[in-house]
Design a protein around this ligand. Structure first.
Ligand code: ZN
Ligand code: ZN
Length: 153
């Protein structure tokens, strides 16, 4: 599989993904909706060893939206670029012990035609009232009990 690249709206920030794109999903939680100004956030997780900055890392500013969960955006244009879960105080280590080495990346900033699509909806309990889910993907009120790789196959 060819490397996937991504970039922000102004083009000052760019990166490359050199390994698997994992856990593709649509998150309807309030924080993701606010971060994106959209009905939901479509994201993947990537191991930090499989992520390389091409340019603009110094422009990334982080906002800690809940303890141990930092959301990083381009300080020039505001594009959400990379989220870092798994910091001090992070609540979901029981669900995901590897959170500290994962980066969350919005699918909407990937360039070209990456070979990936969301496999589930999470935090549907926070879904925007004006948006209707019309696909057949599994919907979770909050999160699944575990992130079984089979769920993403
Ligand atoms: Zn930018
Ligand atoms: Zn979310």
């Amino acid at each position: 599989m060819a490397d996937v690249t991504g970039s922000c709206l102004c083009g000052s920030v760019a990166f490359r993904i050199t390994g698997p794109m994992e856990k593709p999903l649509n998150c309807h939680c309030t924080n993701c909706r606010k971060q994106h100004g959209a009905a939901f956030r479509s994201r993947i997780r990537v191991h930090e060893d499989h992520f390389e900055w091409l340019k603009g890392e110094e422009l990334i500013k982080f906002y800690e939206s809940s303890p141990g969960f930092r959301r990083g955006f381009c300080s020039n244009c505001g594009t959400p670029v990379v989220n870092r879960p798994g910091g001090p105080g992070y609540k979901r280590f029981a669900l995901n012990p590897h959170a500290a080495s994962e980066l969350g990346i919005p699918m909407g900033i990937l360039d070209g035609e990456p070979d990936i699509e969301p496999k589930m909806h999470v935090f549907v309990e926070n879904k925007a009232p004006w948006f209707e889910i019309t696909d057949d993907l599994t919907q979770y009120e909050t999160l699944p009990k575990s992130f079984d790789p089979e769920d993403f196959a």
